[in-house]
Design a protein around this ligand. Structure first.
Ligand SMILES: NC(=O)c1ccc[n+]([C@@H]2O[C@H](COP(=O)([O-])OP(=O)(O)OC[C@H]3O[C@@H](n4cnc5c(N)ncnc54)[C@H](O)[C@@H]3O)[C@@H](O)[C@H]2O)c1
Length: 262
């Protein structure tokens, strides 16, 4: 497939773009930031530098699908959060309708349901329960995807990513970790699933202590291979661990609104 990856210079983008290329997809990159030499070597000349909202039409022209990873991955004011997550998603969806592009895969977040109390494994059928303005913006982006899926027959997969990290570094991450290789597996599955319409899935690895249900992802063909448990004995206890365990959003569920975590 020809795939636009927005946010390609970011942490997830610089992992997913080469991963998709290795699977045989052709990747066009878009980011505010120029790719570094290593990423540029993967992307070749097919790179756009600028804001998603300004470049959406040019960026989606000629692609089969969009993987939207551009956005600020932390708390901010409500207008900034909506601009970063909802407005960029809307701009891409509008451009996709104009160009006849039928598939969007989006980096949503566990913080869309972050105030959900810990307990039984959380499914994708819980009500939206954001923990921050960041989470509100992710809920809004998911609602836009649902709207455009229903109105314009776009296949739209919202990946509620947990913690994308090389390795889990906290007790919470033993439950929420998404490994780099599993991130590629998840995006690849979302790009090729034949499930129609809008789907939300949890973007975590096959963690023994998972807080979120992996079945919705498995139904789309996601087959995670990594488990944070491998690292459990290396993770030191922190005083914050207990408070971070009450709600699935962890530290976001107890932090002040508008200000990113230090
Ligand atoms: N990292 C995680 O654990 C995690 C968890 C849940 C969700 N997410 C979501 O995944 C996405 C990617 O996260 P990340 O960790 O790679 O973040 P990142 O900050 O490392 O990368 C984001 C990239 O998007 C680019 N960008 C931001 N706004 C843009 C715009 N308007 N137009 C063009 N480019 C823009 C930035 O320049 C950056 O390179 C974000 O939407 C984030 O909310 C990440």
């Amino acid at each position: 497939m020809r795939v636009l990856v927005t946010g390609v210079s970011g942490a997830i983008g610089r992992t997913v773009a080469p991963g998709l290329t290795a699977l045989g997809h052709e990747v066009r990159g878009l980011d505010l930031v120029e790719p570094d030499d290593e990423l540029a070597g993967v992307l070749g000349a097919d790179v756009l530098v600028g804001d998603v909202v300004d470049l959406a039409d040019q960026a989606v022209a000629g692609v089969d699908a969009v993987v939207h990873l551009a956005g600020r991955p932390s708390e901010s004011s409500l207008p900034e959060a909506l601009s970063s997550h909802a407005h960029t998603t809307a701009a891409l969806l509008d451009a996709m309708v104009r160009s006849g592009v039928g598939r969007l895969v989006y980096a949503s977040s566990n913080h869309a349901v972050g105030m959900t109390p810990r307990g039984e494994q959380v499914g994708v059928d819980v009500r939206p329960r954001p923990d921050t303005f960041y989470g509100v913006a992710k809920v809004t982006a998911e609602a836009l995807m649902s709207l455009y899926a229903d109105r314009f027959e776009i296949t739209a997969v919202a990946m509620r990513i947990g913690s994308f990290l090389e390795e889990p570094t906290t007790r919470r991450a033993l439950s929420t970790w998404l490994s780099p290789d599993d991130a590629v597996r998840l995006v690849a599955a979302a790009l090729t699933t034949d499930a129609p319409g809008f789907s939300a899935v949890y973007g975590i690895s096959a963690n023994t202590r998972a807080w979120w249900d992996l079945e919705p992802g498995r139904r789309l063909g996601y087959d995670p291979q990594d488990d944070a448990e491998t690292y459990a004995s290396t993770i030191p206890h922190r005083d914050e661990d207990e408070a971070e365990g009450d709600r699935v959003g962890g530290p976001y569920a107890v932090m002040p609104l508008e200000k990113p975590l230090p």
